[in-house]
Design a protein around this ligand. Structure first.
Ligand code: GDP
Length: 200
């Protein structure tokens, strides 16, 4: 079932000012340019809900969208942009950390990874920290239409092997493309039962 309604709700730079945790919430994060805005637009069926490639690393805001009047989709700022100073990186880490640890309604974090790029330390470290905090997350491979099926499978296998060096079990994977809309139904079907559980 596609998303019927998707509306921008609020942007802020202070995790304490996020909306009250009255709806289930899902956060989307990844390195700058991973395809996060494109994925959010693809999932919601809106062409410009999230802004595609403005200036990478520039917007350090937590953006809440309300989907179907039922759940929050949260667009977190992209990390790992090389051109930012140490002070900005620290500010960013504090912002993300404050957000991640402060949301009782955060049911899952979608960590986006470009399927064409081999496992990156910054992504693996980010996931490791989520694990340390006991926060649930899944991995979303982006831009997968760029790889043929064999190359994609090899990339997924390599990623899984890398994760299994640290984790006992690999997290759930989603295979997506903003170009073909691959993965949309899978992600929405993953979210719906969690929403139903939250309401109980
Ligand atoms: P963000 O910085 O993570 O929000 O990334 P954007 O959504 O702005 O995308 C970064 C670049 O990757 C843009 O040039 C997009 O057109 C491109 N892109 C995003 N998703 C896909 C995809 O699924 N397939 C392909 N081929 N390109 C994509």
């Amino acid at each position: 079932m596609p998303v019927k309604q998707a509306e921008f709700f609020v942007s802020n730079s202070d995790p304490a000012k996020c909306p009250k945790p009255d709806r289930p919430e899902y956060a989307f994060i990844g390195r700058s340019n991973v395809g996060k805005s494109s994925l959010i637009n693809m999932l919601t069926g809106r062409s410009s809900l999230a802004k595609i490639s403005g200036k990478p690393g520039k917007t350090q805001l937590i953006n809440h969208f309300v989907i179907d009047n039922e759940w929050y989709l949260v667009d977190l700022p992209g990390y790992g942009y090389a051109q930012v100073s140490k002070t900005e990186r620290e500010k960013f880490a504090a912002l993300i950390d404050g957000y991640l640890t402060g949301r009782s309604n955060l049911l899952c974090i979608f960590v986006l990874v470009d399927s064409r790029i081999e496992p990156q330390k910054i992504d693996l470290d980010f996931m490791y920290n989520l694990g340390e905090k006991g926060l649930p997350f899944v991995i979303v491979f982006t831009k997968t239409e760029k790889l043929g099926p064999n190359k994609l499978q090899a990339a997924l296998d390599a990623y899984r092997a890398k994760l299994l060096e640290t984790w006992e079990e690999a997290p759930q994977f989603f295979i997506t493309s903003a170009v073909t809309a691959a993965g949309r139904e899978e992600i929405l079907s993953f979210i719906r039962p969690l929403n139903a559980e939250f309401r109980k």
